[in-house]
Design a protein around this ligand. Structure first.
Ligand code: NDP
Length: 244
């Protein structure tokens, strides 16, 4: 299946590393003009060196005011990927208010905010659009030491559905992908220990973690017109983990 984003303008958050970076590069390869948003300038420098057509925006998405200022001149966007997130593991009884606030600010509140900015433009132009939020299998399955992360991704799944409901009439589709573990920097934090990794892969019918490309391909499908009638879904990219 050929997917082209020629003539489209995309914005990807958390595009400095991991899934977000690979998504930004894939969108550019498919012909989209890409704006890459992340908070570490060195990552943006290397991304632009790798793909000079990408427009970099450096901002901490946990900061509402700074985000509004950084994105005020981004121009029209047709495709939005809300990918940035943080994951710090803490046993439930040791969760701190700072960790809770930081996680919800990035994983949920910033998704709402960036989507508002982008969707207002889509609505005003009347051209529709597609938004993909990067959730997780953790939105639907309890994982030890992931209390706050699971809660943010559960909230994100419902945000996705309400956005789909309210933005659908403007021909703006909103879906999420919900991956299992991917061995990015974030994945390595929680799952590098071989015994722990085995405890997870043994519960995945396909018997392995997801590759970055597995997730990127599902994101591209949901952004594209190949999924024109798909709206409000949370698409597992988990080898069957959530089916069991
Ligand atoms: P990485 O940690 O590899 O990359 C995350 C990117 O988001 C980094 O570039 C990071 O920048 C950026 N980011 C984080 N916080 C902020 C912030 N406050 N403002 C701006 N940018 C920020 O993560 P992954 O690629 O693994 O994860 C991408 C998405 O996939 C996330 O939503 C994650 O929850 C989800 N996911 C990941 C899984 C996994 O196992 N890896 C499994 C399921 C879902 P910096 O490095 O500078 O902080």
């Amino acid at each position: 299946m050929e997917i082209s984003f020629a003539g489209k303008r995309a914005l990807v958050t958390g595009a400095g590393k991991g899934i977000g970076r690979a998504t930004a590069l894939a969108l550019a390869r498919c012909g989209s003009k890409v704006t890459a948003v992340t908070r570490t300038q060195a990552d943006l420098d290397s991304l632009v060196a790798e793909c000079p057509s990408i427009t970099p925006v450096c901002v901490d998405l946990a900061d509402w005011g700074a985000t509004a200022a950084a994105l005020q001149d981004i121009g029209p966007i047709d495709l939005l990927v809300n990918n940035a997130a943080c994951a710090k593991l803490q046993p439930f009884l040791e969760v701190t208010p700072d960790h809770f606030d930081q996680s919800f600010n990035v994983n949920v509140k910033a998704v709402l905010h960036v989507s508002q900015i982008v969707a207002r433009g889509m609505k005003a132009r009347g051209t529709g659009g597609s938004i993909v939020n990067i959730s997780s299998q953790a939105s639907q399955c309890a994982l030890k030491d992931h209390a706050v992360y699971c809660a943010t991704k559960g909230a994100l799944d419902m945000l996705t559905k309400v956005m789909a409901l309210e933005l659908g009439p403007h021909q703006i589709r909103v879906n999420s992908v919900n991956p299992t573990v991917v061995m990015t920097e974030m994945g390595r934090l929680g799952w590098s220990d071989p015994d722990k990794a085995k405890s997870m892969t043994s519960r995945i019918p396909l018997g392995r973690f997801a590759e970055v490309e597995d997730v990127v391909n599902s994101i591209l499908f949901l952004l594209s017109d190949k999924s024109n009638m798909t709206n409000g879904v949370t698409l597992p990219v988990d080898g069957g983990f959530l089916a069991c």
